[in-house]
Structure formats: C-alpha cells, structure tokens
Design a protein around this ligand. Sequence first.
Ligand SMILES: [Zn+2]
Ligand SMILES: [Zn+2]
Length: 406
Amino acid sequence: MINPLRGMKDLTFDESQRFVHIVTTAIGIAKRYGYSYIETPILEETSLFKRSVGNSSDIVSKEMYQFEDKGGNDVCMRPEGTAGVVRAFVSAKLDRQPVKQKFYYYGPMFRYERPQKGRLREFHQFGCESFGEGSVYEDFTIITMLGQIFDTLGIGFDLQINSLGCTECMPPYKEKLVGFLTEIKEELCEDCNRRIGTNPIRVLDCKNKTCQSLLTTAPKLINDLCDSCDTDFKRLQTLLDKAGISYEVDTNLVRGLDYYNKTAFEFVSNDIGAQSAIAGGGRYDKLVEYLDGRPTPAVGFAVGIERIMELVQMPEPGKSGYYMGAMVPEAIEQVIMLANRKRASEKVTVEYTSKGFKSHMKGVDKANARYALLIGEDELANGTVWVKDLESKEEKTLPLSEIQEI
Ligand SMILES: [Zn+2]
Ligand SMILES: [Zn+2]
C-alpha cells in the first residue's frame, strides 16, 4: 500500500467539503471587490523566492522544497503565493499598463518543515494581490474584504496592524535598532544573534520568552515614521474606527518577508490553541521592482486554508435534489432514463437495484433528497411515477409526461 508522503495529506468528505466552502466563499467576496483569478505554476526558479521572499527568511534558509530537475535547473515548489503572482505580473508586462490590476489565487504551497511539529509540507492558501494602488484606502479595503471573508465563514478573529515604514524612515530606524540589540546581544538567543547581522527587524518577532522580555524597551518604528508613513498609518486607524472594526497596534508585527513596507496586518484566532495567525498581509511596494518590473505599489494577503478548516461554521445542508428508484426490476431502465433527463438541471441520486419501499426511503434519507420518485409494478403499467416531497410530505402519482413540472 502506498501512503501519501510525510507532511502531505488527502482531503476527502468533510474536509474537502470545508475546503470547497472556504474557497468558494472567498472567491465570491473577492469578485465583488473586482479581483480576477490568476493561476501560476507551482514550480518556479529557486532564484525567484531567494530574491522576493528573501535569503535571510526561515522559508528560504530552511524550508524550501528545492531540487535540481532533470535539465539541471535549480527549481523550487512555491512556498507562498505572492512571489509567483508578481513574477507573472512582470512577465506579462502588466507593470507597463496604467490600469490597476487585482488578482486572487488559491492552491497548494510547499515547505519542507519538520513534520514532528505537526506542520504540513503541502498546505493551501487563498490570497489576493492588488497592483497599482498606493493609497492607504486600498489597505483599508483589502483588510475589510478579508474581515468579510472570515465573518461569512463564521470565524472570529482579532486584527493586529503595524507600519513597517518606507525606504526613508526604515533604514535610520534599523540602525537605531541594531545599536540597541548590540548592547543586549549577550542575553539574546542564537537566532536573534544571527538576525542582528542579516535581518534585525525579525528579532522583534522572536518567540523566545527571554528575548521578548528584553525587547519590550526596544525602539519602536511607529515613533520614528516619516510624515507620509505616519499620516497613512493614522488614516488607516481612523478608517478602521469608522468602520467599527476593532484592531490592536502590534509594534512587533514584522512579517517574515523582506518586501513588506508600510501597512502590515495579521488576523489571529484564539480558537486553535495558542493565539496564532490565520491570515496575514500588507503592502509590498518594492517587490515588483525587485523582480525587474516598473515601480508598482501593491498590497495583498494570504489565508492559510488548513488553519481555518476546523473553525469554519458549515451551513446546514438542506434537503435538495431527487432520489429515484425502481420497486420491480422491469422498471429500472425507465428510472435511469428519467434520471438522465432530470440531471440536465437537477442533482439526482439513482438506485440501480430494485428494492422494497422501506429500503428506498432509507436511501432517500441518506441522499438528503427533497423529492423521492419511485416506479413500481402499477406505475410501470400505467406510465406513471410515485412522487413524495420530503419537505411538505405531500405524495402523489403523476403521469411520466408531467415529471418535468416537479
Ligand atoms: Zn516612511
Ligand atoms: Zn530570540
């Protein structure tokens, strides 16, 4: 027997239904906001992720599903969605068009994580990327949209926001932070010590308790934002207040990726063990340029589908469609023809074996059908069919010619 690879799993029945419900709900909402679907390859050149996600990130340094293909190319199964979408945006020269472009995607992502942590190596994300709009109104809109997706799915969340500044205010802050970190270097964990040299902002995100307590007095970027970043961050908060969306400013929210600037946000849930992120996103105005496109402001988010799978409130499935069966073997073909006709517009469950009435009614229950249609000896002789509406409980016998009216 061949099993799935470690950290990979099949989705069936309840889980796959939840998956489809999440994706269709998110798509419906994204379309209302003007997003269109983009499909990009799962396999990309490794350099794409090194350049966009950043060499110093955990994803690139430890978790890449990377290999050499038969042609000797260094390739990688995408660890996240944004890099590929931006690459596609630049490949199609959409950066040269003066119009705004909005895309949604969903699909599998791959990270070579240690499976003992209970993490999946293949997981799924739904994401949105909006290109060409630098206004903070777009940041607000995309946060609202994501909130609406969670509301519709019946998932409670806390929203955390931060500003990561821009090329004007981030570098001097980084210098200040490195100065602070160097002084407490000795007491910080190994990861933090490595990050002081490679990605000092990530130190703020360290989960180590000792580091966290040492970092409470660290300089905060929101106190050193330039005028433009400060105005935008305040406006975002005003808009969220006006919309009645509660949030918390978390100055340690830095995201793991190098290309984020200005608005960063995370949706977290307390319903999956310790407070953990169920979606994250923000502005990444420099990424299109990093990937050789023309400067294009952009903002986006991604939702981890497996993370919210258990949290989704599934709608009660109402009775729907038809159950059809024969009570004498001679009527089976009649039933099958009837089912084929009805399937042009309706969901039909058809039983191929002739059975007694009670046995059929159990099948009707199992199929959760709205209508039961049975043909027995009398019905066959008279060219009729017995019909029961399981909601109104009404029963009648109709000529076959009138069946379209049910
Ligand atoms: Zn700034
Ligand atoms: Zn640390």
